[in-house]
Design a protein around this ligand. Sequence first.
Ligand SMILES: [Zn+2]
Length: 90
Amino acid sequence: MQKSKFFIFDCSNAANCCDKKEYNEANVREKTSIIIHNLFCKKCRDYSAKNSKLTQLIKKARIKGCTSEEKRNIKERLKQEISKQKSSSN
Ligand SMILES: [Zn+2]
């Protein structure tokens, strides 16, 4: 984790902001930081890509009448899947 400090904030922070961005809760500074971080960090770039895909899925699910709680549950589950993939690729 130490070398990630070089990029504005560390990877866990980037993931956090990335989630906020998907929910449109991130401010301009956070959004910019994610973009810059992702330029240098492949891990988070992948995470962002997966997150965007996930958001698309959620949007589709919402059309079918998914509640925001269900939406968060789906997201949590996929997050676990992603972190499993992350740890296995290390
Ligand atoms: Zn990162």
